[in-house]
Design a binder for this molecule. Sequence first.
Ligand SMILES: N[C@@H](CCC(=O)N[C@@H](CS)C(=O)NCC(=O)O)C(=O)O
Length: 234
Amino acid sequence: MSQIYTLHYAPDNASLIVRIALELIGAPYRAQLVDRSVQAQQSAQYLALNPLGMIPALETEDGVIFETGAILLSLADKHGALFPACGEPSRSDALKWLFFMSNSVHAGLRQMFYPAKFIAPEHASALRRGLAQRIRSDFAQIDTLIANAETPCLGGPGASLLDLYACTCFRWAQLYPRDFTKDWVAAQEYPNLIALAQRLETLPAVQIVQSAEGLGATLFSNPNLPNPPIGSAT
Ligand SMILES: N[C@@H](CCC(=O)N[C@@H](CS)C(=O)NCC(=O)O)C(=O)O
């Protein structure tokens, strides 16, 4: 475990989930800012790491990993933490919900935040209205899973990749996009997710990262924009 990872990040980007995971694991890493205010994610240097031009990317001794879900799962498997190991009975169930976080919740938020990458400008509002409904139902699904303790690694004791992914997406939905109906996600409708968010906020690993990125003490349950917004897109 002597290697030092390099995490290419921007404040409050998807790199946030990876950074908290690295802190929870206790893996040494260097955080390298990708300055979104100058579109550094599209620079030749960054595209050589992640040809998709998206944040995060993680440099490891086995090469560069990108795509948040892939980075998280690789770290969990390598360090035996935050996710059921191969062969554990709960692994399949946990994988199902990890892909849901990545393919449904995160991908939906991405379209919500960057509609111009997906659709002509005149259709952006309609896309967002439809997505808003679907993402709210995704959060309701997560809230129910936590309440029923159906997935042992979501809302259970400790912290898991699913907890981090769910709470970070919840944060973003409460804050962004800035040019859409405020409060399109009403946090109080998800009491179990709020309780999980409040618990995660007390973890030292989360506090270290929120402090480094200027996200505030209630980054998941009652979030504020990054301050200072150095390198962020906002
Ligand atoms: N599918 C990617 C999505 C990552 C993503 O949406 N990154 C955003 C920041 S949170 C980004 O790089 N946006 C800049 C851009 O699209 O140009 C993943 O899971 O890592």
